[in-house]
Write a protein that binds this ligand. Sequence first.
Ligand code: TRH
Length: 394
Amino acid sequence: MSRHDDSPTTLAIFCKVVDNYGDIGICWRLARMLRQEHGVAVTLWVDDLRSFRRIWPAVMEDADAQTVEGVLVRHWRGQDGAWMPEEVADIVIEFFGVDLPPAYVAAMAERAPRPVWINYEGLSAEEWVEGCHTLPSMHPRLKLTKHFFFPGFTARTGGLLREEGLIAERERFQADPAAQAAFLHGLGVRADEQEALKVSLFCYPHAPLAALFAAWAAGGRPLTCLVPEGVAHLQVADFLGGAPVPGAVATRGSLTLRVVPFMAQHDYDRLLWACDLNFVRGEDSWVRAQWAGRPFVWHIYPQDENLHHVKLRAFLEKTTGDDGHPAALAEFSLRWNGAGDDEAGAGPADWPALWTSLQADLPRLTGHAAAWQARMLANGDLASNLLRFARSLR
Ligand code: TRH
């Protein structure tokens, strides 16, 4: 489907920020794409403008309503009880099963024609996702049906969020050493640091960072690790011996660790494109790493009873290439996430060997990243898939 087919007129996304940046990161990306690539009139309701501003500095923290990149951004706070009057959109998206304001739901039931109601779910490589994608769920009292929409890695899911022209833009950037050098220079990365193996680091604070830093420092090859401000700041401060503010840098052995600014979402893509290896986390940065065409290590969002280990394994199995799964990356990823045969993670003594194997595999993994990306491209892009599905329900 072309991205510019006839569009439904209005669409509302409801986003509650549970923590961090992934909730708003995903909703904002989706909202932007629907507006800019499909001409949909999008209203994004979000309860936390401060987190939003971290990933998109043009956002104002104190505005009830503002237009950003053509999207109407509304601050969702306290209106749940006294919602009216708000026009109900043609398509209503609740993000990760968030409860919509009851009065809005009541208005949805009154509207003629009724809006399409979609629950946008989390990304997982597990098999059951295909069976649940697009399933309907009737409202217990009102004449309304909600449909589940799952991002995913196969043609029988919603696919992945990917902007039009993203891959071409990324390829141009990666083919242009001067553009990469200028970008890194703008983050404060010195020329000699750029010569080293470049690794970006975005992970949760419980990652075994001290052990990995030690392994990198003891490794034979110069390595520059770029960590955006605020990421695992206690462990980063420990290594630096000082405040982990942008510009802070320390070298120990082969490792130079540099704090870079926390950047706008589009610049974060460039960081991933400019590095040889990326550590990513959660959902959105994980997907961006897959479009970056470079090897990556995923720190999955932790869940009770180690449910996230099941999801991690499902993804690692899915990315198995024809040549068999890149074993070093799988082993490293499991240990990075505290999983493994004994679910115990790795002790400090294990990290030098884990890193040596992963590093040796990087050239092969780079080829693997390109093959995986080609497979994901075949599933189309999520925003187009979602609109096509929504239109089919109208
Ligand atoms: O920040 P995350 O850990 O977010 C989440 C949330 O915890 C959420 O509750 C959970 O549902 C979800 O993960 C799975 O990780 P994520 O998803 O990668 O989101 C980070 C966003 O921040 C992403 O859009 C990229 C953006 N970002 C920047 O814009 N600039 C930066 O410098 C960095 C490091 C990230």
